[in-house]
Design a protein around this ligand. Structure first.
Ligand code: HEM
Length: 528
């Protein structure tokens, strides 16, 4: 090969006759031209083979589409889907965003390409709170995430564990019944009532009665304030998330505030952990006890570090309070503006539970109508209407469009669950559609029906469903069994406007007036 190349080279240099010179000139012109054309052809071919990006608005230089977004992001995405179709794209600062709004395309993301789309793009506030996303909700898909999910399902939320910790939840429901009874005939803020009961139940499950007496109640109220602030900061839009170059200036001070509150949060957890280590409670049924045992485990496949334990407990508190509170408030709002539904729910409760008893968890699976009411409310008012954004770990293709690696992918279930192509009379509140013999009878929370995904679907779907179902249904059933509820001053309509945040809530609190329904007043008593 080398001698041949050398002889061509020497012919090129030393050519002397006219014919050789003409050939050399022709070659000098055509070879580079050929190379240039070949290169252009190859690049075009490659671009032709790569599918286009999804359609979408152009936006402005630098900021992208940021100035045009509505604060109710889910409403804005619904309008954009009607303009640009079931998959569209836009830019927010330097972030590429993709919105998917049809069941068949959601299926492509969470079934056909589930592993590729199983990463997250955590916000700065979440990273500050969760020791750099050491938790389940914001860590990338991988060995540690798989281990934590497994522990979550087996050590914390298995049926056996949840049965064993029932008494911890029940205490707070009894307290709620008692406090509501004391307020009979007065205006009650349903969201506040649900918040106190559900946060109390979750905290009881997180560390049980680790801290008792005054120390316990000081910690309880401090912890509630800390959780409230964390949720606010997690839901606040942060410029630093979209303009990484500005992140170090923390222009809105969100990261600084989150660091301060996280420090306080950690001190509270440390206190609970120290008491646990001191062996103050022996026969514990709470999550902290179970997780602390795993910090001493030798088997790496099951062992947890202390920061992982704290991050998982934060997931329970953050993932399991605002969502469930919002759900209870939405269900009550829909029930109160549909008196016929309220009547049917209470008839069912009277038949299954009886007016001489309070609701227990064993009754819940039998409350078919109340379950249908809850499903219908989650269809119209999913607390997390765009899921937690998924993030592809490599370039991918969805619906024939290119999805760049690292894009934020929103699964727009708010639009899907209100789309007339997927649901008959989609804007009407009709629990009957989920009852036996109806079209959506088999639709459940497990993410197998892509037109109904209030808890997500695929690998990253919500692992808290068993706890969410037990806590919300017990609170709702107890509120509705224990009390007759009336809207204030003869109002018949409830304002159902929404406020977008980490969880979508009612923009105006729901007030109603309770009156006792049960025959025996002892059923409302509560002894701490
Ligand atoms: C009504 C109540 C609840 C609703 C509507 C809800 C909804 C959701 C949704 C939509 C996701 C995102 C799924 C996705 O990105 O595909 C999620 C994730 C998550 N939820 Fe829930 N959730 C609720 C209650 C709970 C509870 C009680 C817990 C804890 C005990 C919990 C813990 C989590 C965690 C840890 C994740 C992250 C999962 C992961 O990224 O692997 N959730 N939830």
């Amino acid at each position: 090969m080398l001698p041949e190349a050398t002889s061509v080279w020497s012919w090129w240099r030393s050519t002397s006759n006219k014919a050789d010179e003409t050939s050399r000139n022709i070659l000098t012109i055509f070879v580079p031209l050929f190379i240039v054309f070949w290169f252009i052809f190859a690049v075009r071919k490659q671009n032709k083979e790569k599918p286009p990006l999804p359609p979408g608005p152009r936006g402005l230089p630098l900021v992208g589409y940021l100035p045009f977004l509505d604060s109710n992001l889910h409403h804005c995405f619904k309008k954009m889907a009607s303009l640009y179709g079931p998959i569209f794209r836009f830019r927010l600062g330097s972030e590429e965003c993709i919105v998917v709004s049809s069941p068949s395309l959601v299926k492509e993301v969470v079934r056909d390409h589930d592993v590729v789309f199983a990463n997250r793009a955590p916000l700065i506030a979440a990273k500050s709170l969760l020791f750099g996303s050491l938790d389940i909700a914001f860590s990338d898909y991988g060995v540690e995430w798989r281990k934590m999910r497994k522990i979550f399902a087996t050590e914390m939320l298995s049926n056996a564990r949840l049965d064993a910790s029932y008494y911890l939840r029940k205490q707070h429901v009894k307290k709620m019944m008692n406090e509501t009874y004391e307020k009979a005939g007065q205006l009650v803020n349903i969201g506040d009532l649900a918040f106190l009961t559900l946060v109390g139940s979750v905290m009881n499950m997180v560390w049980g009665d680790t801290l008792k007496g005054d120390e316990g109640s000081v910690m309880d109220s401090e912890f509630r304030a800390v959780v409230d602030e964390q949720l606010k900061l997690l839901g606040a839009p942060n410029i630093s998330d979209f303009f990484p170059l500005l992140a170090r200036f923390d222009l809105q001070g969100i990261q600084r505030r989150m660091r301060i509150i996280s420090k306080r949060n950690e001190e509270i957890y440390d206190k609970a952990i120290n008491h646990h280590n001191a062996g103050e409670s022996i026969q514990r049924k709470d999550f902290l006890g179970h997780l602390m045992q795993l910090t001493k485990c030798e088997d790496h496949a099951r062992s947890l570090t202390l920061p992982q334990v704290k991050a998982m407990l934060i997931d329970v508190v953050v993932g399991g309070t605002d969502t469930t509170v919002a759900m209870v408030e939405w269900v009550m709002a829909e029930i109160l503006q549909h008196p016929e539904v309220l009547r049917k729910v209470q008839e069912e409760l009277t038949e299954i539970v009886g007016l001489n008893k309070t609701v227990e968890e064993v009754h819940l699976p039998e409350l078919k109508y109340l379950n249908a009411v809850a499903k219908e409310s989650l269809r119209l008012h999913p607390p997390i209407p765009l899921l937690v954004p998924h993030c592809p770990s490599e370039p991918s293709t969805i619906g024939g469009y290119s999805i760049p690696k690292g894009a934020r992918v929103f699964l727009n279930l708010y639009t899907i669950q209100r789309d007339p192509h997927n649901w008959e009379d989609p804007l009407l509140f009709k629990p009957e559609r989920f009852l036996s013999g109806s079209a959506a009878e088999k639709t459940d929370y497990l993410g197998n029906h892509f037109q109904y995904l209030p808890f997500g679907s695929g690998r990253r779907m919500c692992p808290g469903i068993p706890l969410a179902e037990r806590t919300t249904m017990l609170v709702l059933a107890s509120m509705l069994h224990g009390f007759q509820w009336k809207l204030p001053n003869g109002t018949v309509e409830v304002d159902l406007s929404e406020k977008f945040g980490i969880v979508v809530k009612k923009s105006k609190p729901l007030f109603a007036v309770p009156s006792p329904r049960l025959s025996n007043l002892d059923l409302y008593s509560y002894n701490n």
